[in-house]
Design a protein around this ligand. Structure first.
Ligand SMILES: CC(C)(COP(=O)(O)OP(=O)(O)OC[C@H]1O[C@@H](n2cnc3c(N)ncnc32)[C@H](O)[C@@H]1OP(=O)(O)O)[C@@H](O)C(=O)NCCC(=O)NCCS
Length: 161
């Protein structure tokens, strides 16, 4: 694991686009460009990559939750593993490192939403200490179908002051 740099943006976009095409991890349908991913680097939100044999196989990222000042210590997160590398621990490694990076950056909570059918992601998040808060029913449509998502949160107790 290492912090991502702007030079990694192209490979991160490839991995994210595989996730978009698979339709199991996100409502997003617009494929991302390298420049789209470069815009994620805001100097505040950690982005990490996992390498295997010198090649990036996964990334985990944080992004702004809401613009409201009171929520400045909450971050949304994402984790995506290259299709060919799934189920071999890269997602676990990425999330473990992301939680440490979020703690170091001062965030007190990570949140996301997971499609209820996404067993791999729900299993991973439970193992990483996330709590399933509840289900948003019919949260949005993906390819014309209403989908339910489970809200997950993980507190970072070291950052409650
Ligand atoms: C979800 C994802 C990030 C998990 O990463 P991964 O590297 O494949 O998962 P790992 O090998 O680290 O396994 C993590 C846990 O999930 C379980 N798991 C992995 N793939 C699974 C699957 N297809 N079905 C059920 N459980 C699965 C593993 O057994 C492991 O649980 P354990 O610790 O109890 O053994 C990855 O599969 C992925 O990128 N999927 C597509 C995009 C996506 O859904 N992203 C998350 C958006 S919320």
């Amino acid at each position: 694991m290492r912090p991502a740099s702007l030079e990694d943006a192209g490979r991160i976009a490839q991995i994210y686009n595989e996730g978009i095409e698979d339709r199991i991890g996100t409502f997003e349908t617009r494929l991302r460009t390298t420049d789209d991913v470069r815009a994620w680097f805001d100097g505040r939100h950690p982005i990490l990559v996992v390498e295997d044999g010198g090649a990036i196989v996964a990334f985990a990222s944080t992004s702004r939750y809401r613009a409201r000042d009171a929520y400045a210590g909450i971050a949304e997160f994402s984790v995506y593993v290259a299709r060919s590398a799934r189920g071999r621990g890269a997602g676990t490694a990425a999330m473990r490192a992301l939680i440490v990076a979020a703690r170091t950056a001062g965030f007190w909570k990570l949140v996301s939403r997971i499609f209820i059918e996404n067993t791999a992601s729900r299993t991973l998040m439970k193992a990483m200490g996330f709590r399933e808060v509840g289900i948003y029913e019919k949260h949005a449509k993906l390819d014309g179908q209403w989908r339910d998502v489970v809200i997950v949160e993980r507190l970072i107790p070291e950052n409650f002051r």
